[in-house]
Design a binder for this molecule. Structure first.
Ligand SMILES: *[C@@H]1O[C@H](CO)[C@@H](O)[C@H](O)[C@H]1NC(C)=O
Ligand SMILES: *[C@@H]1O[C@H](CO)[C@@H](O)[C@H](O)[C@H]1NC(C)=O
Ligand SMILES: *[C@@H]1O[C@H](CO)[C@@H](O)[C@H](O)[C@H]1NC(C)=O
Length: 359
């Protein structure tokens, strides 16, 4: 039987359209659940008392549904021991082979003695590798610098959440005496000076620094300084905040099925390349992880922990998750920028910004 060509081409057109819609996951979007109206992520009960019980070393009424069991064969436990109170600890997620990036960071923004009156520590997180040569090189690096924390999980992109959770757990085990913790990838530029300025008044950065350079009548200045005390940052989770939706088209590197996550939005989260947690935020998020199902994207998982712990992320545009093109003047207030994995380039711009008083 012959189908008229016009009819046939119409059928073909419809089929092609459906295929395209399917590939782009449009049908998936139709079945998404509204995040704002009906969000549940296991464990689905009131976790607040359970988290309190765990924090206080009591047996919780409901056993945890998730836990991370790391063996630290390089714990760097001494790092935070030799001083009573730290201001800031850099926890740098690093790939095993990136020894040159780590050297670059130690020489620049990771330098612990940058300020004589501010106690800073720098550690790197690295998992296990399969190659003997790399392991030997990491052993040697450890003997020299004793700042690379190692635990027993395979170091790979898809184990990123494990690496982040290793960081949170390490703090809870070995380094609870700092006010703030900054998690950074090993291909970032960071200005320690601006991190510290930011932490003084996170909600007013960089405006309050800009105002310091302007002549303000004394009576106004007093008022301004007083208003800064309104900030309560005992539970700080800050960086560049995203309010985005899951990718539903199959070809995406970040494709997520409805079974894995059925909601139309992610909880608000800070991009994983650079973010700051205060001690109390970190502790609460760590214990919340015992009642939060594992998720493979680490920034989303941290976002889920914060959401369930009722910690609101604070956005600051001076955390740049892309490579901010460098020039001498536009880095004045930059806290962090992605894309500076070349140690030579990092050293060059960091040295210049330091001499300008911005790093
Ligand atoms: C790491 O070691 C811990 C404690 O010995 C163990 O429970 C866990 O299963 C190990 N993890 C891996 C991925 O081998
Ligand atoms: C980590 O990733 C590797 C492969 O990428 C996988 O085989 C392994 O099971 C993952 N988990 C742990 C705990 O190492
Ligand atoms: C700040 O918030 C915490 C809870 O997040 C609370 O316990 C504390 O009392 C608050 N501090 C001030 C000064 O309001």
């Amino acid at each position: 039987m012959l189908v008229p060509t016009r009819k046939l081409s119409r059928i073909v057109l419809v089929l092609i359209s459906f295929t395209i819609l399917y590939i782009f996951g449009v049908h998936n979007h139709l079945f998404e659940i509204n995040f704002y109206e009906d969000f549940h992520y296991p464990y689905d009960g009131n976790i607040e008392p359970l988290v309190e019980q765990l924090k206080n070393n009591l047996t919780p009424d409901v056993p945890p549904i998730n836990s991370y069991n790391f063996k630290y064969y390089r714990s760097c436990a001494y790092k935070c021991n030799n001083v009573k109170k730290l201001k800031l600890v850099y926890i740098i997620k690093s790939a095993p082979e990136n020894i040159n990036k780590r050297i670059g960071i130690r020489q620049t923004w990771g330098y612990e003695k940058r300020f004589s009156d501010v106690e800073i520590r720098t550690v790197f997180l690295v998992g296990e590798t399969k190659t003997k040569v790399l392991e030997q090189s990491l052993d040697e690096e450890y003997r020299k610098f004793t700042d690379v924390i190692r635990a027993n999980f395979t170091d790979s992109y898809y184990n990123n959440t494990l690496k982040t959770m290793m960081g949170l757990q390490w703090v809870n085990k070995y380094c609870l005496n700092s006010e703030f913790y900054m998690f950074v990838d090993d291909d970032y530029y960071v200005s320690t000076k601006n991190v510290l300025r930011f932490l003084r008044h996170p909600k007013k950065y960089p405006d309050y620094v800009k105002e310091l350079f302007v002549q303000v009548p004394t009576f106004l200045r007093t008022k301004r300084e007083l208003s800064n005390y309104e900030e309560n940052i005992s539970r700080l989770y800050a960086g560049y905040v995203f309010q985005s939706s899951p990718h539903r088209h199959f070809t995406s590197k970040w494709y997520v099925s409805l079974e894995e996550y059925p909601y139309h939005k992610w909880p608000p989260y800070v991009t994983a390349g650079a973010y700051v947690l205060s001690k109390h935020a970190l502790i609460d998020m760590y214990y919340t992880s015992f009642y939060t199902k594992h998720f493979r994207f680490d920034d989303i998982y941290i976002g889920l922990l914060a959401y369930k712990a009722k910690i609101e992320p604070l956005n600051c545009d001076e955390f740049h998750f892309y490579k901010l093109h460098y020039n001498k003047l536009n880095f004045k207030y930059v806290i962090a920028s992605h894309g500076y994995g070349d140690p030579q380039e990092l050293l060059q711009i960091w040295t210049e910004q330091k001499s300008l008083g911005n790093a």
